[in-house]
Write a protein that binds this ligand. Structure first.
Ligand code: GLC
Length: 550
């Protein structure tokens, strides 16, 4: 059997089936299209895919509003197409992570339809009903730009129902054991099919209790431990990934004692990488690392720069939020809820050096990196589209019609392709970048190749070095006798740095991207000059005799 800790060494590529490749000229990407593109994904060097929701859905929240858990949305193909895709991915050594959206369903789900119509329905108690909208007043409204309350009136049931996200997404009632059982059934269905991991959506909000924020409650953790027990009992090599957009101390319990989630996203680190590069100082990153508690050995952080949602600012202070909005979202259209709905390249003003620097951070910090489709090309966004759709535009494959994404009439596409002069598909596409040796795509592949050679990146410890120059973020990663030194210049100007590496005296210093030998570590501080936004990935090789003693 494969290593059950595979997710620690993984590099994940996050994609939307609808946005990847349309095989039948319907205007929407599908599983057959995605299957055709598996070689592209494998050649990128990533080892796993994470797919956004692919289930039947009225698509009011891009598929996070599920109306049937045991099928594939008809626009994406059939269950058979999905199984073929899964087999083809596995044949190429790629793992597949899908979505388990269990906090809520769509209001179109038959459970809800039944529940609202009939007080005696066995599904009535699948949801959270109330005759007042005053309960659980301590719970914040997450999608504040659209929703004013977590309660919505249902004229048919003549009751209010609870929803933490959009009002068309009623929350499931986890105090009902039947709901828990249904969720386990859904999970088993997909795991039996061979899915390798599940990203469990919106986990902090499963259970509600009066007088609390209704987030991260002990009862919620109880439900999650139960889910984990079922996975471990029958599927020992599968992975559960938590979406808990919380501060580090509140996320930590989602790992439990290694008996809840295998992985959780590191939400607070993400905006701080953007903050650090803008402020040209390491402190935002260093500070959140200091605040991040240790996690059990079998657990792992999921790291990302961008994803399908807004760049969330839920886990920063008010001042930091103002700073981020000022610096990265001058146009109000760029803002959504508590965040910024933009892609990586536009956030970095398409400055290749900054994009590379952020990617270097993504690939060297402790955790499993997740690359959002299209960011390997530096794709742009479209802030004129509603909600978060501007960062979910079709993948730009070629300079041909519809960017090679679809043979449908252009007007049929699920959303417009980017045609602007800077990010438009005519110049910015995978085919063109494959031909240019130093394109962002080829650079990303090289970075991934190097990263995959050293287990330390995925598994090693982290220790910050604190040089006097505060524009420089330097840290040492160690794993089973391997030592890496990572040095980043967050400033847009060249910077000198002196590193105290005395405990590595005598070590050979090898730069990993060019395999260049640097001067050995000696008694005096180790001096480096970093180019603007420059970085070094070093391996420190201790001479034999020193190694023997360390
Ligand atoms: C998660 C998803 C987001 C969705 C929300 C409600 O946060 O990432 O896209 O809107 O859940 O399902």
């Amino acid at each position: 059997m494969s290593d059950p800790l595979w997710y620690k060494d993984a590099i994940i590529y996050q994609l939307h089936v609808k946005a990847f490749l349309d095989s039948n000229a319907s205007g929407v990407g599908d599983f057959r299209g995605l299957t055709e593109k598996l070689d592209y994904i494998r050649e990128l060097g990533v080892t796993a895919l994470w797919l956004l929701p692919m289930y039947p859905s009225p698509f009011k929240d891009d598929g996070y509003d599920i109306s049937g858990y045991y099928d594939i949305h008809k626009d994406y193909g059939t269950l058979k197409d999905f199984e073929d895709f899964l087999n083809e991915a596995h044949r190429r050594g790629l793992r597949v992570i899908t979505e388990l959206v269990i906090n809520h369903t769509s209001d179109q789900h038959p459970w809800f339809q039944d529940a609202r119509r009939d007080p005696a329905s066995p599904y009535r108690d699948f949801y959270v009903w109330s005759d007042t909208d005053k309960k659980y007043a301590g719970a914040r409204v997450l999608f504040g730009d659209t929703e004013k309350s977590n309660w919505a009136w249902d004229p048919e049931a003549k009751l209010y129902y609870w929803h933490r996200f959009f009002s068309h997404q009623p929350d499931l009632n986890y105090d009902n054991p039947k709901v828990r059982q249904e969720v386990l059934n859904v999970m088993k269905f997909w795991l039996d099919m061979g899915v390798d991991g599940l990203r469990v959506d919106a986990v902090p909000y499963l259970v509600e209790r009066e007088g609390t924020t209704c987030e991260n409650l002990p009862e919620t953790h109880e439900v999650l431990r139960d889910i984990r027990r079922s996975v471990d009992a029958a599927y020992p090599d599968r992975m559960l990934l938590a979406e808990a957009n919380q501060w580090p101390t509140d996320v930590r319990p989602y790992f439990g004692n290694g008996d809840e989630f295998h992985m959780a996203f590191h939400f607070p680190l993400m905006p701080r990488m953007f903050m650090a590069i803008r402020k040209e100082e390491r402190e935002p990153i260093a500070e959140i690392i200091r605040q991040t508690p240790p996690i059990p050995p079998s657990c792992q952080w999921g790291l990302f720069l961008r994803n399908h949602d807004e760049l969330t600012l839920a886990t920063v202070t008010d001042d930091e939020r103002d700073y981020m909005y000022r610096e990265y979202a001058s146009d109000p259209r760029m803002r959504l809820n508590i965040g910024i709905r933009r892609r990586l390249a536009p956030l970095m003003d398409r400055d290749r050096r900054k994009i590379e620097l952020l990617n270097s951070l993504l690939f060297t910090m402790p955790g499993t990196p997740i690359v959002y489709y299209g960011d390997e090309l530096g794709m742009g966004d479209n802030i004129y589209l509603g909600d978060r759709n501007g960062v979910r535009t079709p993948m730009q494959w070629t300079g041909d019609r519809n960017a090679g994404f679809s043979r449908a009439d252009t007007a049929m596409l699920y959303c417009p392709i980017n045609v602007d002069p800077v990010y438009g598909y005519q110049g910015l596409n995978a085919e063109a970048q494959q031909r240019v040796p130093n394109s962002l795509l080829n650079w990303t592949k090289r970075l991934i190749t190097v990263r995959r050679q050293y287990k330390t990146f995925g598994r090693g410890s982290l220790e910050l070095i604190n040089p006097a120059n505060r524009a420089v973020l330097a840290f040492v990663r160690k794993y089973e006798g391997e030592t890496l030194l990572l040095v980043h210049n967050l400033a847009g100007s060249a910077q000198p740095v002196e590193l105290d590496l005395r405990r590595f005296i005598g070590a050979e210093v090898i730069e990993l991207l060019g395999r260049t030998r640097f001067p050995r570590v000696a008694e005096h501080p180790y001096q480096l000059s970093l180019s603007p936004y420059g970085f070094f990935w070093f391996k420190l090789d201790m001479p034999q005799r020193v190694r023997g003693r360390s």
